[in-house]
Design a binder for this molecule. Structure first.
Ligand code: LUZ
Ligand code: MOS
Length: 737
């Protein structure tokens, strides 16, 4: 068991809001926009300033340098100025003696706004030409070639699909604590996946060199992408308060504040068209994706790109053309969330295949099987598949879990049962590992061996419950050749390892682990040289003591950069990923067609984890990601009013997955002998790929519902999430729900 797990279960792990508050600590609360779109006519802070316990009220005017936090596109102010672009957009920071006093003072802020009509729908934004960045197309066929391919098809099916967003619901809300150090420096204890991002943006806003700002992260109480980019503003507010007031300032959001003011998974709308030959082979696929980006870019352009890269999932498509639009709306900027646009791209082709199967009267899994990627096939963006386990995962899952038997049992059940119907679905996945921004695929490590033989390992990896700490310890112990108990993983800090990428993109262990391995190999080499000059073998402790006596350097820093990746964004072609992760899930669901409720009976998975560094942790990641994927597509209903207010703004109105909604039976088998030559010690990234097994649950429920409606039903229900309410409308309605 990892140290973290033992501490968590005993309640000993400290999160930001548990840290002992430093003397003189003050507390910040944000006054934010009450409207989705508007122009500020007047802002009166005088009452708030005079309220009890208030130490300072700050707005854009108080920003020492740049009021700008956009990471990819400089289109997001830290504080809104004249124009308001979404509900929950920060306008003023109130700092007071206690969080309660800060929030009480916030209620005294007076604002006059000329409201404007908001846009909340991505298709409408596209009609208006409101795009975040230029639209992109990934294709392996020209428009004319695609047209010809469609003309040669035996069957062409088209339709639409849509997916709503998803709340991250990390247990620990966004929180940061900043404190002034001597000499005008600052330390920030930040709840972030990206300490360097916080350091860079805080430096930009405050007009300080990055060297004047230390960012420290012990651990996060969950993040799921929600703290890749969007931890930055809260940390920057705390830093601004600390700098201007000369005392420590904590900004810790409450759940409702967090839900309203932070971004979520992007909702997408899509049009699709798929063409098959008489056997069921895909000849042509075309899709247009409308990404609801929200009011500013945040990470949307990178997320859009990943939707394009995953638009054909694990299938070979000889003629594919997928266009994606990043649409600017008046909602809180949507952000990274486990899968990072990949799940949305994959859902659309699965929707297309489901309809194609229905129209041609075949089982969806037969079409899937016919079209799986084989070794050497090209993705539409030109990358060649290597170490392709698409068919292996599919065939192993099919045999191991008896797909044919499951299908037969469900058909028999449905023939006899009127009220309850069951559905089966098979869901292959294919997910590319690497940041699609090549520059981000680098990491550093710093390893110290102390004279008593204990070892301290520092990297840029942030522990957020995913177990990266345990994996790094394993890598260090195996490489150095000492007991794992001797290895301690340092608190992540920008002062020990600099210029780090966020812990994201399922690459935390890949990148940081490789840097640790390189550093430990160099240390091991120094020790081996020493050993070879001795006659007798030495214990680890004696070896280290001797090395120190012989004045051998027992510290080592190392850097790793993923080789081979390259992508030309102008030509839209290249190899953006080090490798792909594959797998397959068999899902069975039962629907109560009278009530619209359902149970996911089982999800049985064969997953490609390479040679796992920690099989128990990887199993946990698969199960957790599955639950999160099922939640996104079947339960979690992120709802906005037409005027752009988040309606699902509390856990009373937003249903998150729980023990009752997760599958009764989850089985996970890892592919054997699947060592991955492209990552550390043969392993594979694990965090994101299994989320997409959740897509299987959507289609299992949908299949059961179609069994009730009659298989010739032309009503194409392809909108997620498939909540019981929406399912009931479908089951008993006359038009698409
Ligand atoms: N973050 C990012 C990510 O900046 N680039 C990526 O490609 C990515 N992929 C998955 C998750 N986070
Ligand atoms: Mo991410 S979606 O922060 O890997």
């Amino acid at each position: 068991m990892s140290l973290d797990a033992a501490q968590h279960t005993k309640g000993e792990s400290l999160f930001i809001d548990d840290l002992p508050e430093p003397a003189g600590c003050a507390f910040g609360a944000l006054f934010t926009s009450p409207v989705a779109h508007g122009h500020v006519l007047s802002l009166d802070l005088s009452k708030a300033c005079r309220a009890p316990g208030v130490l300072g009220v700050f707005t854009a005017k108080d920003v020492p340098a740049e009021n700008q936090i956009g990471a990819i596109v400089p289109d997001e102010p830290l504080f809104a100025e004249a124009d308001l672009h979404h509900v929950g957009q920060p306008i003023a920071l109130i700092v007071a003696e206690s969080p309660e006093l800060a929030r009480a003072a916030r209620d005294l802020v007076q604002i006059e706004i000329e409201t404007r009509a908001p846009v909340t729908c991505p298709r409408e934004a596209a009609r208006l030409g409101h795009f975040i960045v230029p639209s992109r197309t990934v294709a392996n066929a020209s428009g004319q070639e695609l047209k010809t391919a469609f003309e040669s098809c035996a069957v062409v099916v088209e339709g639409t699909a849509s997916m709503r967003g998803q709340e991250h619901l990390y247990l620990e809300n966004q929180a940061s604590l900043a404190m002034p150090l001597e000499g005008g420096r600052l330390r920030i204890y930040a709840g972030t996946q990206g300490p360097t991002a916080v350091q860079r943006i805080a430096a930009r806003v405050l007009g300080l060199p990055m060297s004047a700002i230390e960012v420290e992260v012990r651990r996060l109480g969950g993040a799921f992408g929600g703290k890749e980019d969007q931890a930055t503003p809260w940390a920057t507010f705390a830093a601004l308060g600390a700098l201007l007031l000369g005392r420590p300032v904590k900004v810790a959001l409450q759940r409702d504040e967090d839900m309203v003011s932070t971004g979520k998974r992007h909702p997408y709308d899509a049009d699709w068209r798929i063409g098959l030959d008489a056997d069921g082979k895909i000849l042509a696929y075309e899709a247009t994706l409308f990404q609801n980006a929200g009011a500013s870019a945040d990470l949307s352009p990178a997320i859009l790109e990943r939707s394009l890269f995953h638009a054909t999932n694990s299938y070979y498509v000889p003629a594919a053309r997928v266009t994606a639009h990043s649409c600017r709306t008046n909602l809180t900027p949507f952000t990274a969330f486990r899968g990072f646009g990949g799940p949305q791209g994959m859902f659309v082709i699965e929707a297309a295949l489901a309809r194609a199967a229905e129209v041609t009267g075949r089982n969806r899994e037969d079409l899937q099987a016919l079209n799986l990627l084989s070794e050497g096939d090209l993705f539409p963006y030109g990358m060649e598949t290597k170490g392709c386990h698409a068919r292996r995962s599919f065939d192993e899952a099919k045999a191991k879990y008896d797909l044919a038997g499951a299908r037969r049992a469900v058909d028999e059940f449905n023939a006899k049962s009127a009220r309850f119907k069951r559905g089966v679905s098979f869901m292959p996945i294919c997910f590319g590992i690497s940041f699609t921004n090549k520059m981000m695929n680098q990491a550093g490590a710093l390893v110290h061996i102390y004279t008593d033989g204990s070892v301290h390992v520092a990297t840029g990896a942030v522990e957020m419950g995913q177990g990266v700490t345990a994996k790094l310890r394993t890598i260090a112990a195996r490489t150095l050749g000492c007991e794992i108990e001797r290895i301690t993983i340092a608190t992540t800090s920008t002062t020990t390892v600099a210029n780090t990428s966020p812990t994201a993109a399922s690459s935390g262990a890949d990148l940081n682990g490789m840097a640790v391995k390189i550093a430990c190999e160099q240390l091991r080499e120094r020790l081996t040289k020493l050993l070879s000059s001795r006659e007798l073998p030495l214990s680890w402790e004696d070896l280290i003591a001797t090395a120190h006596f012989e004045r051998i350097h027992l510290s080592c820093g190392a850097h790793y950069a993923t080789p081979k990746i390259n992508y030309d964004k102008l030509l839209e072609t290249g190899s953006p990923f080090a490798y792909h992760v594959f797998g397959c899930a068999l899902t069975e669901a039962t629907v109560d067609c009278l009530r619209g409720t359902y149970v996911i009976d089982s999800v049985k998975i064969v997953h490609d984890a390479g040679r796992s560094l920690a099989p128990l942790i990887d199993r946990g990641q698969v199960e957790g990601a599955l639950a999160q994927g099922i939640g996104w597509l079947t339960l979690e209903d992120l709802a906005y009013s037409e005027d752009g207010h988040l309606l699902s703004n509390a856990l009373a109105t937003y249903k998150a997955p729980d023990v009752h909604s997760t599958p009764k039976d989850i089985q996970v088998a890892f592919l054997e002998d699947a060592e991955n030559p492209e990552a550390v010690m043969g392993s594979k990234g694990i965090g994101e790929p299994p989320l997409m097994y959740g897509i299987g649950s959507y289609f299992a429920i949908r299949a059961a519902a179609r069994a009730f409606r009659g298989h010739s039903d032309t009503c194409d229900l392809l909108d997620a999430p498939l909540t019981p309410e929406r399912l009931l409308l479908y089951l008993h309605g006359t038009s698409p729900a």
